[in-house]
Design a protein around this ligand. Structure first.
Ligand SMILES: C[S@@+](CC[C@H](N)C(=O)[O-])C[C@H]1O[C@@H](n2cnc3c(N)ncnc32)[C@H](O)[C@@H]1O
Length: 244
């Protein structure tokens, strides 16, 4: 098991059902991003593609682009591949690489980068290295779409239920069962997934994760100091465009 599989291992079963950020709310932004990349040369890079929902959505929005998706968790890749096999219309254009973004060579010509829900998993120096590599390797006009964690989750009281969904007879609930600030921008939290059938608990799975939280403003600031024009799209979404 690699390190990220301690977070995205057994819990991947619940990932799509209990995702804190649902794709429906992002469709307009994804469409705008698709418009920006469609006339640029090169692949779309999806960093930390998870179960592939956003990747496949993007592939359907731009019908002639190749997407390279990076995903280090074998559990996430299994869910991604199962989904991809149901999408004949896009599967030939999507390559799912089993790697950490730190290992990506940046040799491909890139027309756009999606980095959705990933930065918080990277340590401070890894985040900085990634932004530096993007600055160095992207051509002018190439956009980066970044999604960050909603800050409200970091101040939610222990015991808060942060998602509930039903599937067939079962009800899936996610709780924050511990949360600690362990450094200036560093947090650890334990999420507990509980599956109920009526009043009975069918299973409980814990997941402990570290999160390096930077606000949208901080990331915008870092990118602006490089060679990007930037825009805050919401409390969790930001866009950066390589300007020079
Ligand atoms: C919150 S999920 C987001 C998944 C997907 N982008 C989405 O929006 O649904 C974060 C993903 O980033 C992946 N990840 C974590 N660290 C990574 C790294 N260093 N390089 C690439 N992916 C990473 C995780 O395995 C996980 O699938």
């Amino acid at each position: 098991m690699n390190e990220i599989e301690n977070v995205y291992g057994e819990t991947v079963e619940f990932y799509d059902l209990s995702a804190l950020s649902q794709i429906g709310n992002k469709k307009i932004v994804l469409n705008k991003f698709a418009d920006m990349v469609k006339d640029l040369d090169g692949i779309i890079l999806d960093i930390g593609a998870g179960t592939g929902k956003t990747t496949i959505e993007m592939a359907n929005m731009i019908c002639d682009k190749e997407i390279i998706a990076l995903e280090p968790s074998a559990y996430m890749r299994t869910a991604f591949m199962a989904r991809l096999m149901e999408h004949n219309e896009v599967k030939e254009r999507i390559s799912l690489l089993p790697i950490d973004v730190g290992k990506y060579s940046f040799r491909d010509k890139i027309s756009g980068v999606m980095c959705m829900g990933v930065l918080g998993h990277l340590k401070r120096d890894e985040q900085e290295k990634l932004l530096y590599k993007l600055d160095k390797n992207l051509n002018i006009n190439v956009p980066i779409l970044i999604e960050l964690l909603e800050p409200k989750f970091l101040v939610a009281p222990v015991g808060s239920r942060i998602s509930v969904a039903t599937q067939g007879r079962l009800r899936y609930e996610t709780y924050i069962t511990d949360i600690k600030q362990v450094g200036m921008d560093q947090w650890t939290w334990r999420l507990t997934y509980k599956v109920f059938c009526g009043k009975n608990i069918v299973s409980t799975v814990d997941s402990l994760m570290s999160w390096n939280y930077q606000s949208v403003e901080k990331i915008l600031n870092q990118l602006t100091k490089m060679h990007f024009r930037t825009a805050k799209l919401s409390e969790t979404l930001l866009l950066a465009i390589k300007a020079r």
